[in-house]
Write a protein that binds this ligand. Sequence first.
Ligand code: BGC
Length: 435
Amino acid sequence: MKKTLALALALTMALGLAACGGGDKPQPPASSNPGSSSANPAPGGSTAPAANKDKPLVWFNRQPSNSSTGELDMDALSFNGDTYYVGFDANQGAELQGQMILDYITANIDSIDRNGDGVIGYVLAIGDIGHNDSIARTRGVRKALDTAVEDGGAIKSDAVGINADGSATAVKDGKLTIGGKEYTVRELASQEMKNSAGATWDAATAGNTIGTWVSTFGDQIDIVASNNDGMGMAMFNAWSKDNKVPTFGYDANSDAVAAIADGYGGTISQHADVQAYLTLRVLRNALDGVDIDTGIGTADDAGNVLSPDVFKYVDAERSYYALNVAVTADNYNDFLDATVTYAPVSNQLSTDSHPTKSVWLNIYNSADNFLSATYQPLLQNYDDILNLNVEYIGGDGQTEANITNRLVNLDQYDAFAINMVKTDNSASYTAILNQ
Ligand code: BGC
């Protein structure tokens, strides 16, 4: 019986291969696919199809964690033996962003104080007060500009609203000594950019808010800082470009990098090219049943490998973190297209050793500038290189159910990549995978 089945299979395969002459990728026998799902069952029933709860899972961009305390959700991060998180080093990037702004102030100290009142005033657009990336960036700016106030050993990251007289309690007036002279720095205003429907990191809200801030503060505003480029560019286009006020963001989206030529102060690349690769690579490795470091810290059979200066892996957190780079007038020409894959990991895998697999992947908010303009195009470039057939689901950025409602027909997928709306909500997804 078994023999007959094997024979039939071999025949089907031979026919399949012959039919592939037209350019389709040949599919090697399913038996060489340790992670194969029921859509591609192993011959002879020797290997049962993987249960959904056992399939490789990667969380990306929004790390499972408590949105109030930032504490990592280790249950989600170690959901099964093939679960990982891919993001970037939020603290290292936040320090860089703060330093980039401080460097700009130092280099332009003679002209930075637009109204000459002796106070360097800045406004800050906050992305999401419950998102650790956003929190880190708020802290990084406050730390570098000496406006930070600590609470229990951590820098406060709350929005201050309007702080015209410097009396806000989440920040203090900073003192910077530049060229032997002391300057005061004040966070004039900060706000979480959330729209009425609940979407955070909302660029349109930032574009409107800068108008309100300008009518309150006028030329007291010397610097515009933002937790990301989406909001930063909205404020730049609405006001600071014409008024020549340096504006700083984060993400190195292509439009923001291009705007450096027009006076955008700078941005931080969170190495999305490395993150998008890692997001799919950890799934690829788990599906191939090879060491997780393959094509990451150790070259794979196509020569893909990352050097330690672009990422780190923290085993206790099951997390890969890409490292950040500042993008300013000095180097922006090297970053003009944010959607180009990272050359050291751009070699095509062969379908013989890395057969095509199906992945379900969601982007929490299809309107998010960074995720839609930078991250998803990169994923789409890498999915070809890694022979992954990815189904991209775009969420509305507001409700988890909008996405989880589309986490269906799981048997068709070999692996899952999840970008949550709220970092506390991992269980909404794992409950479905557990079913
Ligand atoms: C990016 C933001 C983006 C957010 C979405 C962050 O890492 O810097 O631009 O809105 O991810 O979760």
